[in-house]
Structure formats: structure tokens, C-alpha cells
Design a protein around this ligand. Structure first.
Ligand SMILES: [Ca+2]
Ligand SMILES: [Ca+2]
Length: 275
């Protein structure tokens, strides 16, 4: 989910800067270039969002037990979760670092998260509660880039899940409809180094492995992510007693977003399933 469903008003201003930079470094003669630059701006595509998140291909399935000791994970590149550019510009730094890794075998997309966390907490009691308001979560957003719709999967350190399917972000907060998809079609297992829900001590981390059957992601006539054309955001809510720079949960994501709003769809990274 998000802190606010509202897209930031400064979105246009934020985009103006890289486009201006291009104009100063490139001699623009071609109307095609101008058209491309306009389309880029209209689509809200930032340079950072174009760096793909790559899922390495594995021949051996991941054992989904929350422990990241499978040999296959060694072949997967770790991507660091980052604060939004806006918060970084204000001088904020990440307090509890985290990484995500991706693997696939053409049938299943696996994600693992490794979140350092001084205070692992979740008050969630059941799947499909708004668990991001009840404690720490890892979130996975998956979207066909040409579509308005997207998946939003949440996993908590107590193993609970929420599964959302949004027709489009303009329907967030719409009452009278249930965005949850039940039963969940994906699996998760978690491991906590420390003690869940004990504020008195200092924890170390929680890890999770998520397995998503790729075919189950498809809606209507959408193209499989195996053929490209999908985008991905992995994000986090980190509630902690030990927060230093602000009140409330720390919000970080891969890729980095311009603002701390996880529904900035155009800024998700392309998802690349390596052959
Ligand atoms: Ca494992
Ligand atoms: Ca936490």
C-alpha cells in the first residue's frame, strides 16, 4: 500500500530536470528526438526506472523455507532497497538496510528478501488484514507495463500474507469493492533472527522467500513476463522502536522511487527473466 494515494504534485517538476539535462548535453536537431523526449516525459519514464531487476534462471527449485541458504541464491544479484530520492535529497539515510534477490525457472518467480531489522514486529492476526498497518512487511508489485492493473503482494515476518489486485491506481481507496484475491496463489516462508514482537530486545533481521507461479499472474490476454513487458517494485514497511530520523515506518524500495509512494507505477523497474 502507501502512505498517500495522491500522486505528488511535484511529479512534473521532478521529470523536468533530467529532460533539461539532456537538452544541454545533446544537440537537438531531430523532430523524432523531440517527439521521443515528449513521449518519455508523458509516460513518466525516468532513467533510473529503466534499469531492470534481473531474475537469474535456476535449474533447481528453491526450497521455500525462509532461509536463504539455497545454492541457487548465490547466482542471484542482490538489489539494495533505497529511500526515495526526495528523502535522500533531504539528507535522510537508510537505518535498516535490506536487499532483494530474484530467481525463476520459467514456471515460478522466486524472490528473497533479507531485511536487517532492529525490531521485528507484526500485530497481524490473519491473511488479508491491512498488514502493512500492523507491522513490518515486504511488498511485491508486479505490472504489465502497458496495463493500468497490477498485483500487490504483502508478506509479514509472522508468515501472513495479503494479496491485492488493483484494476488501476485511480481505484485505490474506492469503497464497496474488495481488492483482495483469495485464496492466495503464491507462497511465502519467513525466518526471524531475533524475537518477533518483543520490543525489549534488539533483533537482527528477518528473511523471506516468496514463490509466485508465473502463469497465475496473467489476467485476460496479457503477455507472460517471460516475454518481457512487465515491471516490478519491491518495497518495505519497517516499524521499529529504534527509529532515529523520523516517526513512523521506514519506507524503502528497489528500484528507488522519486517519492515515498509505492504506486508510482511508471518508476517501477523492468522485470527481466534471464534466459
Ligand atoms: Ca530456502
Ligand atoms: Ca521492524
Amino acid at each position: 500500500m502507501e502512505q498517500s494515494g495522491r500522486l505528488p504534485a511535484s511529479r512534473t517538476r521532478a521529470l523536468a530536470s533530467p529532460i533539461r539535462t539532456r537538452k544541454t548535453t545533446l544537440v537537438i536537431r531531430s523532430p523524432l528526438f523531440l517527439a521521443a523526449a515528449f513521449l518519455l516525459a508523458a509516460a513518466g519514464v525516468s532513467a533510473a526506472a529503466r534499469t531492470p531487476l534481473v531474475a537469474a534462471r535456476t535449474g533447481s527449485p528453491v526450497k521455500v523455507d525462509g532461509r536463504l541458504d539455497d545454492a541457487a541464491w548465490k547466482a542471484a544479484r542482490p538489489y539494495a532497497l533505497e529511500l526515495s530520492a526526495s528523502l535522500a535529497e533531504e539528507g535522510w539515510t537508510v537505518e535498516d538496510p535490506g536487499t532483494v534477490r530474484l530467481l525463476h525457472n520459467e514456471e515460478t518467480l522466486w524472490l528473497s528478501v533479507d531485511f536487517q531489522d532492529c525490531d521485528v514486529v507484526s500485530n497481524a492476526k490473519a491473511d488479508d488484514e491491512e498488514i502493512y498497518t500492523l507491522g513490518d512487511v515486504a511488498e511485491v508489485f508486479l505490472r504489465p507495463t502497458q496495463q493500468t492493473w497490477y498485483w500487490e503482494l504483502h508478506a509479514a515476518p509472522n508468515g501472513l500474507r495479503s494479496t491485492y489486485w488493483w484494476p488501476g491506481r485511480g481505484r485505490l481507496n474506492l469503497r464497496g469493492e474488495d481488492p483482495h484475491v483469495r485464496p492466495p496463489f503464491w507462497t511465502v516462508a519467513v525466518a526471524v533472527e531475533g524475537t518477533l514482537n518483543d520490543w525489549r530486545d534488539k533483533d537482527r533481521r528477518w528473511t523471506a522467500e516468496i514463490a509466485i507461479p508465473i502463469a497465475k499472474l496473467l489476467h485476460e490476454s496479457d503477455v507472460s513476463p517471460l516475454k518481457g513487458g512487465w515491471s516490478l517494485l519491491v518495497s518495505r514497511y519497517n516499524y521499529t522502536r529504534w527509529r532515529r530520523q523520523a516517526a513512523g515506518p521506514e519506507l524503502t524500495s528497489a528500484p528507488r522511487l522519486p517519492k515515498p509512494n509505492y504506486h508510482l507505477l511508471e518508476d517501477y523497474a523492468p522485470l527481466k527473466l534471464a534466459p
